[in-house]
Write a protein that binds this ligand. Structure first.
Ligand code: ADP
Ligand code: MG
Length: 258
């Protein structure tokens, strides 16, 4: 499928409606950052041992950004993504989402927020094996209560936009790794998130496929305005980011445009 068609379809599908949902910063009245982390720390306790996985991290992500979280294995990338995505709670510090403090939310409100404003993509794809590609993409819309005809139509359109229009009825085990990750990306976009968190999305792919997946993510980012934050230790993946946050031993060592 041509890139132009993909761009057009993605734009029509996702539009910029996600960007309209910005909160305001209470103090200044300016639009709040999409994500604002302040002084985040997280220490794992293993018996008597303490592992300080994330230490005093402050950063902000604006709507529409395309950011790599780079660092060697064990540097705290997954822990930080889990904190920013409200999947885990910090020992200290705060995460605000469009101006709303994550810690002030009940667990139900947090899970609603994750469902409505966040998409997640994982290293191991995490598709549901007994569901077809289309059913996997539709699944978050089932959770969100989107009625059936609309859900099915949107799932089909999303699959076409990631180049898998002909695989709607196929189960994940009959798809290649790259195809599975495309399904996972389509699924992450199902409820029109403001940001997609991707934890090592290309770690299980060969280098050519990894580059294709990154190009797809960037096309989606540029045409729809959905922000992406992806953890990686692959320099080729980092090269495609517009901003790189370098983590070392749980702290931000460098944060710069690339
Ligand atoms: P990365 O994703 O960059 O590889 P992680 O966030 O997974 O880094 O891990 C950061 C540090 O925290 C590492 O030292 C890791 O061993 C440790 N760690 C991660 N998860 C746990 C856990 N559930 N329990 C204990 N230690 C953990
Ligand atoms: Mg990790």
């Amino acid at each position: 499928m041509g890139k132009l068609i993909a761009r057009f379809e993605i734009t029509v599908l996702i539009r910029r409606e996600t960007l309209a949902r910005t909160g305001q910063d209470a103090g200044t009245g300016k639009p709040a950052a999409l994500l604002q982390a302040t002084g985040l720390s997280r220490t794992y306790r293993l018996g008597a041992a303490a592992v300080p996985a994330v230490q005093d991290v402050s950063l902000s992500i604006e709507g529409g950004e395309f950011v790599a979280l780079q660092g060697p294995s064990g540097s705290g990338k997954t822990t930080l993504l889990n904190l920013l995505g409200l999947l885990d709670r910090p020992d200290a510090g705060t995460v605000a989402i469009q101006g709303e403090d994550g810690e002030s939310l009940t667990e139900n409100a947090k899970s609603d927020l994750r469902r409505d404003r966040f998409g997640f993509v994982f290293q191991t794809f995490n598709l549901i094996p007994v569901l077809s590609a289309e059913e996997n993409v539709a699944y978050p819309m089932v959770i969100a209560g989107v009625p059936d005809p609309e859900r099915r139509q949107r799932a089909g359109e999303l699959l076409r936009s990631v180049g898998l229009g002909d695989k709607a009825g196929v189960r994940p085990d009959l798809l290649s790794g790259g195809q599975r990750q495309r399904v996972a990306i389509a699924r992450a976009l199902a409820n029109r998130p403001a940001i997609v968190f991707a934890d090592e999305p290309t770690a299980n792919l060969d280098s050519h496929t990894a580059e294709e997946i990154l190009d797809l993510m960037r096309t989606i980012n540029e045409s729809s305005g959905v922000a992406f934050l992806f953890a990686t230790h692959d320099p080729r993946v980092v090269a495609r980011a517009r901003r790189v946050i370098l983590l070392r031993d749980g702290s931000v060592e460098k944060d710069a445009a690339s």
